[in-house]
Design a protein around this ligand. Structure first.
Ligand code: NAD
Length: 493
């Protein structure tokens, strides 16, 4: 290893099992072996949660919701507990950053500076919202008083993926708690450590036991029973589109629960020839597809570029991606993170195999990295035709599909995707093209002359079409965890 090892993964103390009612609970489901994607080492083994564990967690949440004063006491006290929790998260930055990097593809340089900071900010943001959840007094005739009240659902079922585990879980747990609910969170079985530690820290901050429970289990054994549990009031899911559909069916068949879905994407970076700085846009394109080795739902996986500058821009993007340095997540020199599992590298390889069969031209990479231990995939660039697998399917790897256009209308049409609509970017110095793209691209998030988000947690995150519905982040996310009740009062005359 020629970089600087930020920590020794063998020395970290790892929380395991499930966490229910403020204590560790051993599940009765299939064994979970948490693997480090960086080197293939099994970091922890324990029995996963099964339907019985899930039932215990939901009952614990329900009891805490009914008996503690979380939902029914002073909202400002909820806010105070959440803000204390945020402070504690910050104080445990190094520990949480290591736990996150150990089992996921998140490099330590990012988890230390970004992921823990966003996690704390999310908790603080929703802590500040807790006493600002308001109903309305509605205009009526004088002999009537009509108002709306906002009420928590009770127990929220939250399900999170493995790619940015701590942030994506917190984006559900924090607003759900701020709204007065209890939460049962099922993190991905591949990356359970930070969720378990966050739940312990919440108790240390003064959250009544049972309000935030974590069940660590497989999708079929714990995820589906959580969605179907009769005492779950609402389901908040982040993961693949295929699983999102299964979750929606389960929720419909088990009491017609409301669901919100944050799903997959195939997001375009639309580049017009008038960009002032080719180097800067090339860097944005390269990082948009290679960050977290492309394992981001909003990965900028399609470059849609005006033909006049396509070759020039591509040369620069290829040079940047060529330089990416694969390595373990705990090495500060790593710029190309591991893929979460060998199964996922196989999936990427399969999409590229079918893409080659479709006649597309692979300009860079295209295979597994052979030099490293662990699961790594080469940064890959493919000159693609419409309809090719690499254009149509979410790869979830560092794979860029490139398409060219000649006029604005053609570029805008190409930027749209038939299935997905999570995010998109437009790069141009022409405000007319920027605004036209922002209006015309059918996606939940549009970035202009940049890609991705800053640390700001106030801006809503979520997609259109089969990228899902219902937003995480921002004050709007509170809505998902609140019911609205209308009260109609007939005044005595
Ligand atoms: P996944 O759908 O395989 O799993 C997500 C979660 O669902 C995991 O915790 C898993 O155990 C659980 N699960 C699996 N089957 C289930 C079932 N039948 N019922 C209930 N839960 C079940 O997704 P993943 O591989 O963990 O994550 C990658 C996917 O997530 C990608 O498609 C990515 O685009 C998407 N994602 C979307 C966003 C967003 O905000 N839109 C953010 C991150 C990731």
């Amino acid at each position: 290893m020629d970089g600087i090892q930020a920590f020794d993964p063998d020395l970290e103390k790892l929380p395991t099992d499930s966490y229910i009612g403020g204590r560790r609970v051993i599940g009765k489901g299939s064994e979970i072996a948490v693997q480090r994607p960086s080197d293939g080492h099994i970091a922890a083994r324990f029995a996963g949660a099964d339907a019985g564990t899930v039932d215990e967690a939901v009952e614990s949440g329900w009891q805490a919701f009914r008996t503690s004063d979380w939902a029914h006491g002073e909202p400002r006290r909820r806010g105070a507990v959440l803000r204390r929790w945020a402070d504690l998260v910050e104080r445990h930055t190094e520990e949480l950053a290591r736990l996150e990097s150990l089992s996921s593809s998140r490099v330590i340089a990012e988890t230390r500076i970004r992921d823990v900071a966003i996690t704390a900010e999310l908790i603080r943001f929703y802590g500040e919202c807790a006493d600002k959840i308001e109903g309305q007094v509605l205009p009526t005739r004088d002999d009537v008083f009509s108002l709306t009240m906002r009420e928590p659902y009770g127990v929220v079922g939250a399900i999170a993926p493995w790619n940015v585990p701590m942030v994506l879980a917190t984006a559900k747990v924090a607003p759900a708690l701020a709204a007065g609910n209890a939460v049962v969170l099922k993190p991905s079985e591949l990356t359970p450590f930070t969720a378990l530690r966050l739940a312990e820290l919440a108790i240390d901050a003064g959250l009544p036991a049972g309000l935030f429970n974590v069940v660590v289990g497989y999708g079929q054994e714990a995820g589906s029973p959580l969605v179907r549990h009769p005492k779950i009031g609402v389901v908040s899911f982040t993961g693949s589109t295929a699983t999102g559909k299964a979750v929606m069916i389960d929720a419909a068949n088990s009491g017609l629960k409301p669901v919100s879905l944050e799903l997959g994407g195939k997001s375009p970076q639309l580049v017009f020839a008038d960009i002032p700085d080719l180097d800067q846009v090339a860097a944005t394109i390269a990082s948009g597809v290679s960050r977290n080795a492309g394992q981001l739902c909003y990965c900028g996986s399609r470059l849609v570029v005006e033909r006049k500058i396509a070759d020039q821009l591509l040369d620069k993007v290829l040079a940047l991606l060529w330089d990416a340095k694969p390595g373990p997540t705990w090495d500060l020199a790593t710029t190309l993170a591991p893929i979460i599992s060998a199964r996922q590298t196989d999936r990427i390889a399969d999409i590229l195999h079918r893409t080659r069969q479709a006649g597309d031209d692979v300009l860079l990479g295209g295979g597994r990295e052979q030099t490293e231990k662990g699961a790594f995939f080469q940064p890959t660039v493919v000159r693609s035709k419409a309809g090719s697998p690499v254009v149509e399917e979410e790869v979830f790897g560092p794979v860029l599909a490139v398409q060219t256009f000649d006029d604005v209308e053609e570029g805008l049409a190409m930027a749209d995707h038939s299935i997905y609509g999570l995010a998109g970017a437009v790069h141009t110095s022409d405000i007319n093209k920027a605004l036209m793209a922002a209006r015309r691209i059918e996606a939940g998030m549009i970035w202009v002359n940049t890609y991705g988000r800053s640390l700001d947690v106030g801006s809503p995150f979520g997609g259109y079409k089969q990228s899902g519905f219902g937003k995480d982040f921002g004050a709007i996310a509170l809505e998902k965890y609140l019911k609205s009740k209308s009260v109609w009062i007939q005044l005595r005359q």
